[in-house]
Ligand binder design. Structure first.
Ligand code: IVH
Length: 679
């Protein structure tokens, strides 16, 4: 057979097997046979580069060539759903629908509410052409390359299907519990921060710049909404049945009901049985089934009137409180943590729970021996939400009321509480180990000095071995003996930092000397000086010395700098230890003033102006426009009000924003006009 024909045949065959394996869980060939066909296809494709197709089954492994995601305006806005939390609110929904349809009979399609992130998939002539995240509902990110790696999403539909030439299908991208547990176990091993829940993990993964990472992480997807002209019929449920025939993964747990009781039964059943599902769900979605009825009910500004979500209550369990310990985090925040008798909760055994802060602890009025209620919400760490019913003094250990500590349990410093903050902090940021480590981690982090050759685990190790005591010590590492049992496997002392890992670490540190001054100012970790404030100060004063000399009055004149930040800056530079630290950094060659180019690109042409950015742009990205506005003294704000100076509008500006701007008589400025002004 002609090789190009064989390529097409293999692709179709492999898509079919893929569907049988990943969607239907019923493979008809062995893994080995599958691999065999895949290899044949790979070889043929290598021989025929002109036949390249991004939708070929060979492309499911992804690549590392990812750039920025393109912003795409949704063909139809992606609305969200109103939430309900109890039966009465569900009954109100039923009533509203019934009245809206003037008493006509209707059916409700009950579905699970999957807890992932929504995705919009576009198909043309049976091929996946685009996958877009929800974004703000009006526009999202084009994540097609990443979505292609999700095996349960069909890249090509079977030729014999009755699918429309062009349609959109929406659904949820999820990380199944099994993939989530595996990923977090790997991250724990590598000393990387854990994902709090499968939703965050799915979202972080889908927005990854490397589609081969996405391919490895085992995402899955369920589709639940078919849109476009020429979709099969009037029934939402029936349309999804058709989509299932075309190869989409549609939940098998959807039900059509025609009474409120039917809805309640569905809710009750799944509130109990959702624990047995392979993916996270956080509720039930109820949709009027007939598309004609949906249309006649219409929407409000934010959500459709024909659908609603019912949210499950978080799972709770009862156990006995044994001890409360106080943990000092890397910001110095002190968190009370409860140790309890182990109890089974939402699929895992739980023996620790957070008590958040002093106020929460006081309001719970806990004693050692109390029977307590533990809940697992959206976060990975469970929390104590109250005492169990019937808890009484017979369990309590006498005089055991738990009080918040006054001193740091690590270094003994008296704790402080900053105005407006719930947490208590250890203030000893140059002497208390967790805080020192926190400061170094902040220093090397991506938005600061971006020394990504070092991870928190390595920093911990160097600190433990006495190689570093603060961030400035990093720049002297090259002269020191590398740790003998370094976690990076640098075991040969004789090679010093010459080994591959060691050299990489040192190169990363060396490179950071080029990081612009504004990020150095952020990296040194002045309390309350975040990324934006650091940028503002760097641009206003131009150098570390000028910032260090600035008085309270001068600082407070800077746009966006208030009393709290100003006070913190003055306090920081008044401390001789900090002055010495800065001098050391200067000595190692870090950037202590803004670059020439930046000095020239600055002006005060937009001084005092508040600018809203809206729409899609031709010449620069949104972030670049934001930076340009700031460079010229203006401020970028999120929403339009009568304080807005003008709207910088690209194409497809959101209709709500446009209307509001027009109503308030606010100037709408095009990209070109804007660039002319700041030229
Ligand atoms: S329908 C206009 N069905 O919940 C109807 N949404 O706040 C749009 N979700 O953004 C959504 N499972 O990400 C629908 N079976 C389901 C769903 C579902 C989860 C998510 C979706 C949406 C959010 C609604």
């Amino acid at each position: 057979m002609d090789e190009t024909k064989r390529i097409l045949q293999l692709r179709e065959e492999l898509h079919r097997h893929n569907f049988r394996y990943y969607v239907e869980n019923a493979p008809v060939i062995s893994d080995q046979e599958f691999d065999f066909l895949m290899h044949e296809l790979q070889d043929l494709e290598a021989k025929h580069p002109e036949m390249f197709d991004p939708n070929s089954p060979t492309q499911r492994v992804g690549s590392d060539l990812g750039g920025e995601f393109e912003t795409v305006v949704h063909e139809r806005p992606m609305l969200s759903l109103g939430n309900t939390y109890n039966r009465e609110e569900v009954a109100d929904f039923w009533q509203r629908v019934s009245e809206g349809l003037k008493g006509a009979p209707f059916q409700i399609c009950c579905e699970l509410k999957f807890d992932g992130l929504s995705i919009s998939l576009h198909y043309e002539d049976g091929r996946l052409v685009r996958a877009v995240t929800r974004g703000d509902g009006v526009q999202g990110d084009d994540v097609t390359a990443n979505v292609r790696t999700i095996r349960s999403i069909p890249l090509m539909l079977p030729a014999e299907g009755d699918w429309p030439g062009r349609f959109e299908i929406r659904g949820e991208v999820l990380m199944p519990w099994s993939s989530f547990d595996r990923l977090n176990a790997e991250r724990e091993q590598a000393g990387e921060p854990l994902f709090a829940n499968p939703r965050n993990a799915a979202s972080g993964t889908l927005k990854s710049k490397s589609s081969s990472t996405v391919a490895r992480r085992g995402l899955d997807a369920y589709l639940y909404y078919l849109l476009g002209e020429g979709i099969p019929g009037d029934g939402h449920f029936q349309n999804l049945e058709a989509a299932a025939r075309w190869g989409f993964q549609i939940s098998k747990n959807m039900r059509l009901v025609d009474s409120l009781e039917g809805v309640y039964e569905y809710i009750d059943y799944w509130d109990e049985h959702r624990k047995d599902l392979p993916v996270a769900t956080d509720g039930v979605v109820l949709k009027v089934n007939s598309l004609a009825q949906q249309k006649s009910l219409g929407m409000t500004a934010k959500s459709p009137r024909w659908a609603i979500a019912y949210k499950f209550q978080a799972e709770q369990a009862e156990t006995t409180l044994r001890q409360v310990v106080f943990q000092v985090g890397r910001t110095g925040a002190v968190t009370p943590v409860a140790n309890m008798d182990p109890v089974q909760l939402a699929g895992t055994q739980v023996r620790r729970a957070t008590l958040h802060n002093a106020d929460v602890l006081a309001s719970l009025d806990l004693h050692i021996g109390d029977r307590v209620l533990v809940e697992k919400g959206g976060e990975i760490i469970p929390k104590i939400v109250g005492k169990a019913e019937g808890n009484n003094s017979k369990f309590k250990v006498q005089n055991s009321k738990i009080e918040f500590v006054e001193c740091c349990p690590v270094c003994g410093s008296k704790l402080v509480r900053y105005e407006g903050e719930a947490a208590h902090y250890c203030p000893n940021d140059t002497g208390c180990p967790p805080l020192i480590l926190g400061r170094i981690e902040h220093f090397i982090s991506r938005k600061a000095m971006n020394i990504n050759s070092l991870g928190p685990e390595t920093v911990d190790e160097y600190y433990r071995q006495g190689l570093i005591h603060d961030a400035a010590d990093l720049y002297e590492l090259g002269e020191k003996q590398p740790p003998s049992d370094s976690p990076k496997g640098e075991s040969n002392k004789a090679s010093l930092w010459g080994g591959l890992e060691g050299a990489k670490i040192l190169a990363g540190i060396e490179q950071s000397k080029q990081v612009p001054f504004e990020r150095v100012l952020f990296a040194i970790g002045i309390r309350f000086v975040g990324e934006i404030a650091a940028k503002t100060l760097a641009r206003y004063y131009g150098s570390m010395d000028k910032v260090a000399e600035a008085s309270m009055e001068s600082l407070m004149q800077v746009n966006g700098i208030g009393e709290v930040i100003a006070g913190s800056v003055v306090q920081y530079f008044a401390n001789p230890a900090n002055q010495a630290f800065i001098e050391r950094l200067r000595g190692y060659g870090l950037q202590m003033e803004i670059g020439e180019e930046q000095k020239q690109a600055q002006s005060d042409k937009l001084e005092g102006q508040s600018v809203v950015i809206s729409g899609v742009f031709q010449h620069h990205s949104r972030d670049e426009y934001k930076a340009l506005i700031e460079q010229h003294g203006g401020k970028n704000v999120g929403s339009i009000s009568n304080k807005t100076s003008f709207v910088l509008a690209g194409e497809n500006m959101g209709p709500a924003k446009l209307e509001k701007a027009q109503k308030l008589g606010i100037r709408i400025m095009s990209e070109d006009e804007f660039l002319e002004i700041i030229k």
